[in-house]
Design a protein around this ligand. Sequence first.
Ligand SMILES: NC(=O)c1ccc[n+]([C@@H]2O[C@H](COP(=O)([O-])OP(=O)(O)OC[C@H]3O[C@@H](n4cnc5c(N)ncnc54)[C@H](OP(=O)(O)O)[C@@H]3O)[C@@H](O)[C@H]2O)c1
Length: 363
Amino acid sequence: MNKIRLVLRVLILVFASILYIVTGENNEEASVPEKLIPTVRLKSGYEMPVLGFGTGKLGHRTTNATRKAINMGYRLIDTAKSYIAIPSVPSEMVIGKLIEDSGIPREEFFIVTKILPEYFTEEECRKAIQESLKFLRTSYIDLVLIHTPEYFDESGISDTEGTYIDGWKSLEMLVDEGVIRSIGISNFFKEEIIKIQEIAKHPISVLQNWFDPYFQDRMLRMECQYMGIVYMGYSTLGGVWLEDGIKPNPILNDEVITKIAAEHNRSPAEVVLKWAINQEVVVIPGSTKEEHLSNNLNSLNLELSEEETVQIVSLDGKLEPQYEDDVDYTPKSRDPIDFVREKITYLLSFVWPKVNTDVKSEL
Ligand SMILES: NC(=O)c1ccc[n+]([C@@H]2O[C@H](COP(=O)([O-])OP(=O)(O)OC[C@H]3O[C@@H](n4cnc5c(N)ncnc54)[C@H](OP(=O)(O)O)[C@@H]3O)[C@@H](O)[C@H]2O)c1
């Protein structure tokens, strides 16, 4: 009998430890520095922080990392309808719950989400945004972006019902209804932006595109400045190169950047982010590490000289992007602990819907 009890206790202990690892629950108190992050005014008239937190690559780490980011003072949170925290739990759900639990007034946050081409028709777009409002536990979304202009099938023909022009009109309708404050686009080229400009009733407030020291998108950024569109960069710390399998991170290990960082006694990430903000690029680095989250905020109080700025500008084009056909899709080596955590989370998500957050059961 005692043996059975002992085995049961051990099993409970093991199960509780797994849940702790998986959910990462903790009771960190939020300590929020006021007005930490400067803002930029959008064409819609609303203010947006110049530095935010990207959740696109966090996966099962979304809960812990976003909670830390909120507690440290991040207020712009970038998500998308396609971002998933764990299977069957969209990132939007987790973010909505964390914002509500933070006790910080909703108006202090700036939430960005994105819709894919399958939501371009009026009906689908309305359904998608209503779902986002529910997941995010809010009556309005600060900024909604068209995630990408189109999908193509194998023969290169757009394979969705509506076009990005339909998508834009659908978003404008939801601005008129008061559930979206500002609208914008992502992964767009100049020609597509002009086509939207031609029919737009509401301004294009933001363009979110890939931007880092090796891929500076200079022409398009100049066009945006001219058109009054705020340029928001993604993967500014080298995310795209890492995805292409280039390791170690070429941006954060670049010799020009590491030298400037060493001279200021700062991290390379701080140098890159402050340089980007000085170029009028809004940045949304993602991170799972407290030290990195703190570094990224500290970038705001770093001063770079004109000479240092020019040195980083001259890094543009140092690596050539690899387009789909060139990318090596063979599986990359992974951290075994991450792998095990992901698998456990995945399995538990079927047997216990409260895994990671209790969001699902509350909806
Ligand atoms: N619109 C789109 O199509 C699109 C595409 C891609 C991304 N995005 C958005 O942009 C966000 C950012 O892009 P990203 O995640 O590709 O990459 P990123 O910002 O370039 O970051 C790359 C990696 O850098 C590490 N990092 C962050 N801060 C650091 C620091 N201070 N020192 C050292 N390393 C640091 C992070 O890993 P650690 O966890 O180790 O810190 C992160 O995984 C995404 O989360 C998403 O919201 C949008």
